[in-house]
Design a protein around this ligand. Structure first.
Ligand SMILES: [Zn+2]
Length: 309
């Protein structure tokens, strides 16, 4: 993802405004029972994060990228009713890259449809690394790539054990972090937004960089601008669940995979911790992430799946 150029201005303008977004938790929800029977296995999720990193950096066109694609497809096949690859080509000046979104369907075949998304590719260049000699090397992407996917793999396992009351689609986007500039990023989500067909969701949640040990999740600004009520409901739910890393304040506006979907008319909330010093460096490694952080985000997602908003 990339931070919008006007972020700092907006943050300073809006800080405080959004505190009204997350009022006191309501006490009229009598649906806590499902929470007791569905639990997010944080250690298993963290193992999914580590497993992806064991393939090494996973940029499009590389052997680890292909191996990771096969791994993710196979993992989702263990739990989903239907798993599909959405394939497309991306042409650069030097070559044509094959990219694949990985799609999985759970629950009822039709009706209200919730999309859960994350990107599975990793950035081919560590262009924010402190050491100039590292800036053309690919990043490991423990947080920026593996973390969101890890949460969704554990969610997939839960969805098999506990069929959801609404249709749930998990979509893992390719090509999010490919290019140097935004016009060659978000390749998979752009393709998906233009080719949703029967996979078209009613609304969705994007997870990106949710593994940081020091997890901080202010409200992402593009989500809030596009669909304020939906976005505030997510942070309200997090407050009800006591998930402290979800901070009831407006954060940065971040270009990410949710934007092409918002532009296609799908309400999307991006849950992202952009306050990550290792972003787009070789230091984005497993030791910077924690199982607890994955659990916080997974707990929120489980609540949305089973309790609705
Ligand atoms: Zn990135």
């Amino acid at each position: 993802m990339k931070m919008g150029w006007f972020v700092l201005l907006l943050v300073s303008l809006y800080c405080g405004v959004s505190s009204t977004a997350c009022a006191e938790p309501s006490d009229d929800r009598g649906d806590a029972s499902i929470q007791t029977s569905v639990t997010f296995d944080a250690q298993r999720a963290f193992a999914y994060l580590k497993k992806q990193c064991e393939f090494g950096p996973r940029p499009p066109g590389s052997a680890p990228h292909k191996a990771t694609q096969n791994y993710l497809f196979t993992e989702l096949q263990k739990s989903a009713d239907l798993v599909s690859l959405q394939s497309y080509e991306f042409k650069t000046e030097a070559r044509t890259l094959q990219m694949n979104n990985i799609l999985a369907q759970f629950g009822p075949r039709r009706g209200e449809t919730l999309l859960l998304a994350a990107h599975w590719d990793t950035r081919p260049i560590a262009d924010r690394d402190a050491e100039p000699e590292n800036r053309e090397k690919p990043i490991l992407g423990a947080n920026d790539g593996a973390s969101g996917v890890a949460v969704l793999l554990e969610i997939a396992r839960i969805l098999k054990e506990h069929p959801p009351p609404r249709r749930v689609l998990i979509v893992l986007f390719d090509g999010e972090d490919y290019g140097r500039t935004v016009d060659t990023m978000f390749i998979g989500s752009r393709y998906f937004a233009q080719n949703m067909g029967k996979w078209k969701p009613d609304y969705g949640i994007l997870l990106d960089m949710v593994g940081d040990k020091d997890l901080q999740l202010p409200i992402e600004q593009y989500s809030w601008q596009a669909n304020r009520e939906f976005t505030e409901a997510i942070w309200q739910r997090a407050a009800e669940l006591g998930l402290a890393p979800f901070q009831p304040r407006l954060g940065a506006a971040i270009m990410d995979d949710h934007v092409p979907l918002i532009q296609a008319g799908i309400p999307m909330v991006n849950i992202i911790d952009f306050n990550y010093p290792h972003w787009h460096t070789l230091e984005d490694t497993v030791d910077k992430c924690s199982a607890k952080s994955l659990e916080v985000v997974g707990t929120l997602v489980i609540s949305v799946i089973y309790d609705g908003l």
